[in-house]
Design a protein around this ligand. Structure first.
Ligand SMILES: *[C@@H]1O[C@H](CO)[C@@H](O)[C@H](O)[C@H]1NC(C)=O
Ligand SMILES: *[C@@H]1O[C@H](CO)[C@@H](O)[C@H](O)[C@H]1NC(C)=O
Length: 235
């Protein structure tokens, strides 16, 4: 199968699923996303994004002349690369010295298209296949302004060394604790603190290769603030 026919099959599959639920996914912890991604970069658009079409010749009934039909197979952004935090070996010709790239995303929201605007800086994470960079709504296409100071530090120094450790929603825990996971409840009062202010790191004191949440001041402050908010709500 050619690349396009594979993509087309996926798109058709998504259209079927789309009819039921659209693009639905919970966004994973940035650390998990970083570890699963082929690339993690800070970027800015060099212009508006545009659709990419595939043309096919279709024989319409009663006509001997095939008619050209074009349908969108993707949406592409030309970006300026401001920083690269992770880059796997790839067939897209991208190196740590690259200053520009073309990023692909699906052509509509039901397929998890990521909408990026000009003049905004973004953190994008995604995969590289067949020489193309792809991002989906279920990964990250997040305004840089939303990234916390802790996350910026972890992007540079921490996530890459701790990919054996994984943040995991308590919801998926099951009955046994897995030592390589750090659990948190996204819907709890402190959930956001764990999502945005800490990372799951190797516990150097563990003899069994366990992991633990990185304790830091911002995590403590965040937890305290959420506590205060609750206390003022129930005086
Ligand atoms: C990136 O640039 C540096 C400095 O110019 C150079 O030494 C290095 O070989 C380059 N790396 C790649 C992968 O192009
Ligand atoms: C690690 O273990 C040593 C020795 O048992 C202990 O003194 C130290 O406080 C522990 N560190 C952490 C971060 O738990």
């Amino acid at each position: 199968m050619s690349k396009y026919s594979i993509i087309l099959h996926i798109i058709i599959l998504f259209y079927i699923i789309d009819g039921i639920q659209g693009c639905s996914c919970s966004r994973p912890h940035l650390q998990n996303n970083f570890c699963n991604a082929d690339f993690v970069m800070k970027v800015r658009l060099r212009g508006e994004g545009e659709y990419q079409y595939k043309k096919t010749l279709v024989n319409v009934d009663g006509s001997s002349e095939p008619v050209e039909h074009r349908h969108p197979i993707g949406f592409i952004y030309n970006v300026k690369i401001l920083n690269i935090y992770k880059l796997n070996e790839n067939d897209a010709g991208l190196t740590i010295n690259s200053s520009a790239a073309v990023i692909h995303t699906p052509p509509n929201d039901g397929l998890c298209k990521v909408d990026l605007s000009i003049r905004t800086k973004y953190l994008v994470t995604g995969t590289i296949s067949d020489g193309e960079l792809w991002i989906y709504l279920c990964s990250w296409g997040t305004p840089w302004a939303w990234i916390t100071k802790s996350q910026k530090k972890y992007l540079k120094f921490t996530y890459a060394k701790n990919c054996d450790c994984k943040p995991m929603e308590d919801f998926y825990r099951g009955s046994t604790l897995d030592e390589s996971k750090c659990y948190w409840k996204s819907n709890s009062r402190h959930g956001e603190c764990y999502e945005r202010h800490t990372a799951c790191i190797i516990d150097k004191n563990s003899t069994t290769g366990g992991c633990k949440w990185h304790r830091n001041k911002r995590l403590r402050t965040c937890r305290a603030e959420k506590m205060d908010a609750l206390n003022s709500f129930f005086p």
